[in-house]
Ligand binder design. Structure first.
Ligand SMILES: *Cc1c(COP(=O)(O)O)cnc(C)c1O
Length: 458
């Protein structure tokens, strides 16, 4: 570990989290009537953004434009996007909803990148009108952009997303550079490389090239190969065109997160160094850079804390029935092998629980037997009124509510030192109310089906 950028074993993070859980109980954010919350460590998020910027600053030639665009899908919460914006981070969006969130957070169009595999003509038109960078996913999308470029001018930097087909990682669902991935132009398919070169030759306004090689489960070496392939293609295109038409490479996100401890491994510094050793030309100043990290910026700064409603035993195994399950940890519950989460035990006052490790299940509130946050996990025994915390859930977890059993979206609060030795909380998202649940379930249309009449044919 490089202590300058990482935080070693994450001991400070552990302390901040423990303090925040205790303060949440003391301040009544968490308790019998509010048995689940999501907490975000604002200090940790700020540190992560500083590490990201420093990592790339350390390897890029002075003056190289670098845009770190946060992949909004990882934590689609407006105050989070606003905090990141304040830390110099832009937004990578992949739907009209994500673009709306980035705009609500005040992220400037020239700090926003639109990637998605299914952009409608209206979305493309809006992005080009706003001047947002767009990476075309495929030839049909490029044809739509051609049409828009004929009828209007745009300040949008435009590029093509390629799939370097360097292979997948350990999790199929997050591997984007497999031979048959749905994303981008599959570069090794017959004729594809030539098509890409021609696409740039015919369109002087295509100035970017994009590759996002994968997410969690992808080894760094594979991410580096993906970026190296994109760089080689940009070099080839510029050489064959006899002009430096591609001026910016978007190398995507995907830095994996360590879900096994509070330490940060790998670090942005390690990745940037590896990239700069393997692909030095990427950092020499001839290309601007865009990155699109999501999970690695937020995951380790979020915690779901849920009250143990009941502690029981089945077949000789203790089972803690908590209020956090499939609705906040959907991937973990449905694919526990690929997405294991650490669980921390706190007592009823929110103090880290000590005691001998007991193998137990930590269950959620949903009505199906697989709704388990952790199965057969050795932890201090969770008892009624204790709290179970699902760690590293700041990305792709509590911000991605799954409405099974009409379980309410929990409130999300950011925390930071209050300057007087305590902890201050700020609301990021209110808990969902029962009225909202009813309204979102068609509550305004109660009689729409009972009053529906078949057309009268007489
Ligand atoms: C999901 C995604 C990202 C972010 O991936 P992380 O693993 O969260 O860093 C970046 N770029 C694109 C195009 C994506 O789809």
């Amino acid at each position: 570990m490089d202590g300058r950028y990482g935080d070693g074993d994450g001991a400070e993070r552990t302390t901040r989290r423990d303090d925040a859980v205790r303060a949440a109980v003391e301040q009544g954010l968490l308790g019998p009537g509010t048995p689940i919350v999501g907490l975000l460590d604002v200090t940790g998020i700020r540190e992560a953004t500083a590490e990201l910027r420093a990592a790339f600053d350390a390897v890029t030639a002075p003056g190289t434009p670098v845009l770190h665009a946060f992949a909004v899908k990882a934590t689609p919460l407006v105050p989070v996007l606003r905090l990141l914006r304040a830390e110099g981070i832009g937004a990578e969006v992949a739907s009209p909803g994500e673009l709306a969130l980035a705009r609500a957070a005040g992220v400037a169009p020239n700090r926003t990148v639109l990637d998605s595999p299914a952009k409608t003509p209206a979305e493309l038109r809006e992005a080009l009108a706003l001047g947002i960078a767009v990476n075309a996913d495929n030839p049909q999308e490029l044809a739509r952009i051609d049409g828009l470029m004929r009828s209007a001018t745009s300040r949008s930097p435009l590029g093509i997303r390629v799939n370097p087909q360097v292979g997948g990682g350990s999790i199929e669902a997050t591997s984007t550079a497999t031979t048959t991935s749905k994303f981008g132009v599959a570069l090794r398919d017959e004729g594809a490389r030539e098509w890409v070169v021609r696409a740039y030759a015919d369109r002087p306004w295509l100035t970017r090239l994009h590759a996002h090689t994968g997410s969690q489960g992808i080894p760094l070496s594979l991410m580096v190969r993906g970026a190296a392939e994109a760089y080689a293609l940009a070099e080839e295109i510029n050489r064959r065109l006899g002009r430096p038409q591609i001026d910016t490479l978007d190398i995507g996100g995907g830095l994996p997160v360590n879900f096994g401890s509070d330490g940060t491994t790998p670090t942005y510094a390690q990745y940037a160094r590896l990239l700069s050793e393997a692909v030095p030309g990427l950092f020499g100043g001839r290309y601007g850079l865009v990155t699109e990290f999501g999970r690695s910026l937020l995951a380790k700064h979020g915690t779901v804390v849920a009250r143990v409603e009941y502690a029981k035993s089945a077949g000789g195994r203790p089972v803690a029935v908590t209020h956090a399950g499939v609705q906040v940890a959907t991937r973990t519950v449905y694919a526990p092998g690929a997405w294991p989460l650490r669980i921390a035990a706190y007592d009823g006052k929110g103090r880290a629980k000590a005691g001998p490790a007991v193998v137990q299940d930590v269950a959620g509130p949903a009505c199906f037997s697989g709704d388990l946050l952790a199965e057969g996990r050795a932890l201090p025994l969770l008892e009624q009124g204790d709290y179970a915390a699902a760690l590293d859930t700041g990305a792709y977890y509590f911000a991605h509510h799954y409405a099974y059993n009409s379980l309410a979206r929990p409130g999300i609060y950011g925390f930071a030192p209050d300057g007087a030795g305590g902890i201050a909380f700020a609301t990021v998202r209110e808990p969902q109310s029962l009225d909202e649940i009813v309204a979102e379930a068609g509550g305004a249309h109660t009689d729409s089906l009972t009053t529906l009449r078949a057309p009268d044919h007489r």
